[in-house]
Design a protein around this ligand. Structure first.
Ligand SMILES: *Cc1c(COP(=O)(O)O)cnc(C)c1O
Length: 407
């Protein structure tokens, strides 16, 4: 990959497809895969990633919000599509009309779906969420029997079909965490209550990426795979030990041209507030992106970048538009000049999103999701027939997996 004209995010859709196939192979043929593409696919581009996910065989795509789901429909996605973060006064009619699975966690949520059914004259696809211990969205277990009963009554009246029953894990990346067993138990009880009430959902689901990979007993009918789709390890240190064969490939590369290279003497200070000074004569390079593009300011003093195959440290404070890299002390062959590519994040030898996360005291989810701002995003397909840098046009229609009723 040569140096770009401007800083950009390059996303390899072949890596996305590969990662989803790797997860599908891991969970086996009896478990469906939902590619989670909320928050612009964790910074990777929602429409393009969803299309790649369908190509890789993902039966489901999941997003958080209604507008995200409608944007996917507008882009041509016709497969199973779920969204789960509804606003209290949101009109769900467009979602029901677009055959999107909506989730209710309360009787108020059911009322909202009732109104959308009235408005559209269509039966909705409704999922119910139980709070098994995350205490975020989801129905409290003590309120679950009533929610299930009302949902069943609505189903019998032809208002909707209850397509899914689900919950979300609190600590799946920590396999021994007591939350896992607790949530598994609460979820199993909730499924029994629903079954006794006569609900026969298409899918029951609990697991995110780490749940899918590390907890075979929590996979149920469907796993909701976000982070692993992007080739990032949802449980650093654990996944590689338990699943050494699993080969996830980072889909994102952040690359920029060096815009300036200069020698400075020992004692010269770098960037705002003089937080770093050269201890010997050295060569500095200017990288034209900063926290205005989502680069964490907390990375100052800890993160590295890759230039010409070598790791080089960032020096001084990360600014809004720029950051400084130390290319090498005097006497070393810095082998880098203006216009050369600086890779900030990407597959080895570039630093991983996980390394940036550790440098910043956060998780790789946040590192990739916050990248954007002025960065241009370019989708490539390293497995396309005509060379490695085949570009996918932004207008390309989104191929949807054929809709199928799940037995
Ligand atoms: C974001 C999200 C996921 C995906 O989680 P990962 O850890 O990225 O796999 C799954 N389910 C729900 C409800 C989510 O909000």
């Amino acid at each position: 990959m040569s140096a770009p004209l401007r800083p950009e995010i390059v996303v390899d859709l072949a890596a996305v497809r590969h990662n989803l196939r790797a997860v599908a192979a891991e969970v086996g043929p009896d478990v469906q895969v939902m590619a989670v593409v909320k928050a612009d696919a964790y910074g990777h581009g929602m429409v393009e990633v969803a299309r790649a996910a369908r190509e890789a065989g993902a039966a489901w795509v999941g997003v958080a919000t209604g507008p995200e789901a409608l944007a996917l429909r507008a882009a041509g996605d016709t497969g199973r599509l779920a969204c789960w973060l509804l606003m209290p006064h949101e009109d769900l009619a467009p979602l029901v009309a677009a055959d999107v699975d909506v989730t209710a966690s309360s009787l108020e949520g059911l009322e909202q779906v009732h109104r959308a059914v009235d408005a559209t004259g269509r039966s909705a696809r409704l999922q119910l969420k139980i709070d098994t211990g995350l205490s975020r969205s989801g129905c409290r277990p003590e309120d679950w029997p009533a929610l299930v009963e009302h949902a069943r009554a609505g189903e019998e009246a032809g208002r909707w079909r209850v397509t899914g029953l689900w919950s979300h894990l609190a600590a799946s990346e920590e396999p021994e965490h007591p939350a896992n067993a607790h949530q598994a138990r609460v979820f199993a009880e909730a499924l029994e209550v629903a079954d006794a009430a006569g609900l026969r959902p298409e899918v029951r689901h609990l697991a995110n990426s780490a749940g899918a990979l590390l907890h075979p007993d929590l996979r149920h009918d469907l796993v909701r795979v976000g982070l692993a789709t992007y080739g990032l390890d949802p449980a650093p240190g654990v996944t590689s030990m338990r699943l050494p064969h699993l080969d996830l490939r980072p889909a994102m590369t952040v690359v920029a041209p060096l815009v300036l290279v200069k020698q400075v003497p020992a004692g010269e200070h770098v960037s705002y507030n003089w937080r770093w000074a050269a201890t010997a004569p050295t060569t500095l390079g200017l990288v034209p992106l900063g926290y205005g593009d989502g680069l964490p300011r907390a990375a100052a003093g800890a993160a590295e970048v890759e230039v010409g195959g070598h790791r080089r440290p960032l020096r001084g404070t990360v600014c809004m538009d720029q950051v400084v890299v130390e290319l090498g002390p005097a006497g070393t062959d810095v082998a880098a000049g203006v216009g050369d590519a600086v890779r900030l994040i990407g597959p080895a030898p570039a630093p991983s999103a996980q390394e940036w996360a550790e440098a910043c005291g956060t998780i790789s989810y946040e590192i990739v999701t916050r990248l954007g701002g002025r960065l241009e995003r370019r989708h490539v397909d390293s497995e396309a027939e005509h060379g490695a840098e085949h570009e996918t046009g932004p207008q390309t229609a989104l191929a949807g997996a054929p809709r199928e009723e799940h037995a």
